[in-house]
Design a protein around this ligand. Structure first.
Ligand code: E4P
Length: 224
C-alpha cells in the first residue's frame, strides 16, 4: 500500500518525506486555502514546490465544475510537473472530463466518492485513482472501511485498474483497516501516519534495553 500525505502544508510534507515512507501528496481546495494561498499563480507555484519536494504523485484539484472549464484548468495543472494528478469531482461533467483526460494521457484522481456506484463510474471513465472519503462516511454513522472493501472486491472481479485511494483518514486505525480492506493508497494527515509508530510496550521495551545497555557499559573492562 502506498502512503500519501493529505495536506498542502510544506513543513508537514517535509516531515513525512524525511521519514522515507512517502509516495505522494493529495490536496484539496480547503487544504490549499488553509495555507493562505491568495492567487492562481500562487496555486501553481505551490504545486510546483510540492512536486520538487516529493518524488511521487501530487493530486491537484480543479475548482471548475463544467466540462470545458475542468479540461482547461486540468491542462494547466498537468503542465506544472509530470507528477501532477488532476483531481476531479464525481459529478456528471467530471466523469466526462475523466474520460477526456484519460484519452489524452493526463492522470486523474476522482474525488468525493461515497458509493460503490460512483467508484464503478470513475473506473469506467478511466480514472487512475478514486478517493472514497471514509472519515466523512463514518461521521454520518455509515461504514467507510466497508466501502473500501466493497470497491476492492468489485475492481478485482471486474479487472478495473483504477487504484483505490482511501481519503478522509481520521486515525492510525483507519490506515490499518484500509490496508486490510484492500486500499492501494492511504492519504493521511501527518498525525495519523505518526500514530502508527505508537505502542506503550515499545516504549517500555526500549527503556529496559537502554537501562540494561547502560548497566552493561558500566561493567565493561576497558581494553588496553
Ligand atoms: C483528500 O484527497 C481529501 O480531499 C481529504 O482526505 C478529505 O479529508 P477530510 O474529510 O478530512 O476533509
Amino acid at each position: 500500500m502506498k502512503f500519501f500525505i493529505d495536506t498542502a502544508d510544506l513543513a508537514q510534507i517535509k516531515e513525512a518525506n524525511e521519514l522515507g515512507i512517502l509516495d505522494g501528496v493529495t490536496t484539496n481546495p480547503s487544504l490549499m486555502a488553509k495555507v493562505g494561498i491568495k492567487s492562481e499563480a500562487g496555486v501553481l507555484k505551490h504545486y510546483e514546490t510540492i512536486c520538487e519536494m516529493v518524488d511521487g504523485d501530487v493530486s491537484a484539484e480543479v475548482i471548475s465544475t463544467s466540462f470545458n472549464e475542468i479540461i482547461e484548468e486540468g491542462k494547466k495543472l498537468a503542465a506544472i510537473h509530470p507528477n501532477i494528478v488532476v483531481k476531479v469531482p464525481m459529478i456528471r461533467d467530471g466523469v466526462k472530463a475523466l474520460k477526456w483526460f484519460s484519452d489524452n494521457g493526463i492522470k486523474t484522481n476522482c474525488t468525493l466518492i461515497f458509493s460503490a456506484g460512483q467508484a464503478i463510474l470513475a473506473a469506467k471513465a478511466g480514472a487512475n485513482y478514486v478517493s472514497p472519503f471514509i472519515g466523512r462516511i463514518d461521521d454520518s454513522a455509515w461504514d467507510g472501511v466497508q466501502l473500501i472493501a466493497q470497491i476492492a472486491h468489485i475492481y478485482q472481479l471486474q479487472g478495473f485498474k483504477t487504484e483505490i485511494l482511501a481519503a478522509s483518514i481520521r486515525s492510525a486505525l483507519h490506515i490499518v483497516k484500509c490496508a486490510e480492506a484492500g486500499a492501494d493508497v492511504c492519504t493521511c494527515p501527518l498525525e495519523s501516519i505518526l500514530g502508527l509508530l505508537k505502542h506503550p510496550l515499545t516504549d517500555i521495551g526500549l527503556a529496559k534495553f537502554m537501562d540494561d545497555a547502560k548497566k552493561m557499559k558500566e561493567q565493561m573492562v576497558p581494553v588496553k
